[in-house]
Design a protein around this ligand. Structure first.
Ligand SMILES: *Cc1c(COP(=O)(O)O)cnc(C)c1O
Length: 388
């Protein structure tokens, strides 16, 4: 057994007011889904990303499920989802009884707008402004662009296409808190605030965490109150327990929100560390032929949440699996992309476009440790353990 320091892929960093705020919940006995930290988290989150409303949820997955339902997705309909994303994106569609249709990715791991365009132009028909899948005859209700690894989706291309086909956009911004467009039609806007609704995650591996949790953001007043209503069991009358829909018990607790409020205080520092470590990796990997940090889109200031490294097996001596194993033996945890969703067993029967870019990126990508507790010398140590 090696006695080298272990470097996990991504761990939370709890060094601010987290324990103070949690203690406050315990001392005042406000531990559950009502309490000032939940409201504070929503207000502060909305202000950071520049959204009119933010609705705290028990997870990012729950946020997606509710947002899709509020965007009008019904059982038996279809939702376009990229094949490169955490399976939760597709699951949130399935929970509503709807069906995902999978699309290839672009070089930034995000939904490939050209593949989507060609799918929509070839495989759908429109009646009275509604888009139907020609083969399944189902209505296509929405598209879920995912800002993968914090890389901003090319919304300048996606939004007009979705408008043309009358498809609602629900952004999966689970990984992209802090990502902001810097040019184009959405310049200065944050990821997650451009579609009808956007969803974030506070899972333990994300840039800020509440242990588990999520957030829906929207500028639409009616959608916001519907989201709030559905996440709190659709209770119409608080006193008499009258419910007007089948809602969910999806509200974040005050204990978790207390952690979240403290984490948000560190967000700008976390973003700075992500940026610094990204540039250290970049400089050090320059010395290793065949390994490079994956390119990021220049139209945005991406949050650089994750550090995907591209392996050129023509220049580097190992493939993805060999490098993963070699680094694991030196106690550096790395991870490939998720298995492509259209090949996961629950989804292998679903419709999918050809996915040549996703296949190539899956084969060539290995994600390196990205926690915000890493210093320059930790990154140097990690890179030094790469076999030459
Ligand atoms: C983390 C994540 C989710 C799900 O969030 P949870 O809070 O873990 O439920 C959804 N989509 C993407 C892309 C994610 O990375």
């Amino acid at each position: 057994m090696s006695n080298e320091t272990f470097y996990p892929l991504s761990v939370p960093v709890i060094r601010g007011n987290e324990s103070k705020y949690v203690q406050e919940c315990l001392d005042t006995e406000w531990v559950s889904t009502a309490g000032s930290f939940v409201n504070r988290l929503e207000t502060e989150f909305a202000s950071i990303v520049g959204a009119r409303h933010a609705i705290a949820c028990s997870s990012g997955t729950a946020a997606l499920q509710v947002a899709l339902r509020c965007a009008g997705v019904c059982a038996g309909e279809e939702v376009i989802v990229p094949t490169v994303t955490f399976i939760a994106t597709a699951n949130s569609v399935s929970y509503l009884g709807a069906h995902p249709v999978f699309v290839d990715c672009d070089p930034f791991y995000n939904i490939n707008v050209e593949s989507l365009r060609s799918f929509l132009e070839t495989n759908t028909s429109r009646r009275e402004g509604v888009t139907f899948n020609k083969e399944t005859k189902r209505r296509i209700a929405a598209v879920v662009p995912v800002h993968v690894f914090g890389n901003a989706v090319d919304m300048d291309q996606l939004v007009p296409l979705c408008d043309e086909f009358n498809l609602a956009i629900v952004e999966d911004a689970a990984e992209s808190l802090g990502t902001r467009y810097r040019s184009g039609r959405h310049s200065a806007r944050h990821s997650g605030t451009i579609g009808l609704l956007g969803c974030f995650s506070f899972n333990g591996n994300k840039i800020v965490t509440t242990g588990g949790g999520g957030m829906i953001v929207t500028d639409d007043d009616d959608l916001a109150s519907r989201c709030r209503h559905l996440t709190t069991t659709a209770k119409e009358d608080e006193v008499r327990y009258i419910h007007d829909e089948i809602g969910y018990n999806f509200r974040l607790t005050n204990l978790q929100a207390a952690v979240g409020v403290a984490q948000l205080e560190s967000l700008s520092q976390f973003l700075e560390i992500k940026r610094n470590n990204h540039s250290v990796y970049n400089r050090l990997l320059d010395e290793i032929p065949g390994l490079d940090l994956a390119a990021t889109p220049s139209y945005a200031d991406n949050n650089l949440w994750m550090y995907p490294v591209r392996i050129d097996t023509g220049l580097f001596s190992m493939d993805r699996e060999e490098l993963l194993k070699a680094l694991a033996e030196h106690r550096v945890q790395t991870r490939p992309l998720w298995q492509l969703n259209h090949r996961q067993s629950p989804y292998s029967h679903c419709m999918a476009t050809a996915c040549p870019t996703a296949d190539r990126l899956l084969a060539e990508t290995l994600c390196f440790p990205c926690s915000t507790n890493l210093t320059d010398s930790d990154v140097e140590e990690i890179v030094s353990r790469i076999p030459r």
